[in-house]
Design a protein around this ligand. Structure first.
Ligand SMILES: [Zn+2]
Length: 205
């Protein structure tokens, strides 16, 4: 096998194992039927029990990726042992990297883009908007990229950046997928940008 074909096989293995464990989060919730309770991407999402539930689902698919990554890992092993060695190594290195990065959270690494804590925080804002300390007469909390705002009085209710929420993306399947693969669902918005940007703005996720 030449160097060139070895390299191509390695890269192919690497890319396949890169995409494969991320498929649940990219594919499962994007269908039309899954998003009837939400405005289309990238519009702000009103806070509701559906949203809380969606966060928990995204969290589940995120962790499901760990289970799914066993497939390329196993294929990699088979391939190294009995088939195409560079292809198998590509699968292995990519899945191994994926596993390690996802498990980092247990040793104090970055948190997943969707957490139970996030769902609870959303619920707190909902509760607040129904309590006596609500921001205005008719609170309408909505999640924009840079935080949760009340649509009625434009007050910022929470600083939580909005991650991908599993809606069908406005940038199309291909670009949306590339974007999701590069961000892994984390908010596109970062704190530095937020300091400069104070007006309510929502164009990307
Ligand atoms: Zn308000």
């Amino acid at each position: 096998m030449s160097i060139l074909s070895s390299t191509l096989y390695f890269v192919a293995g690497f890319i396949i194992a890169f995409i494969f464990p991320r498929l649940p989060g990219i594919l499962i919730t994007r269908g039309k039927g899954f998003n009837t309770n939400f405005p289309p991407h990238p519009e702000p999402i009103p806070l509701s029990p559906y949203l809380t539930q969606r966060i928990l689902h995204m969290r589940m698919f995120y962790w499901l990726g760990l289970v799914v990554s066993i497939v390329p890992l196993a294929f990699g092993l088979v391939s190294v042992r009995w088939g195409n060695v560079p292809f198998g190594f590509g699968l292995w290195i990519s899945s191994g990297w994926f596993l390690l990065s996802r498990l980092q959270v247990f040793i104090g690494g970055p948190k997943p883009p969707w957490t139970l804590e996030m769902a609870e925080r959303i619920q707190l804002v909902i509760n607040e908007s129904k309590s006596d300390s609500k921001c205005c007469e008719y609170p309408s909390p909505s999640w924009m990229l840079s935080g949760i705002y009340c649509i009625s009085c434009e007050k910022k209710l929470d600083d939580l950046f909005r991650p991908d929420l599993g809606r069908k993306r406005s940038d199309g399947f291909l670009m949306g997928t590339i974007r999701l693969l590069s961000t892994d669902g984390y908010p596109m918005f970062d704190a530095e940008f937020n300091k400069k940007e104070t007006r309510i703005d929502d164009s990307e996720e």
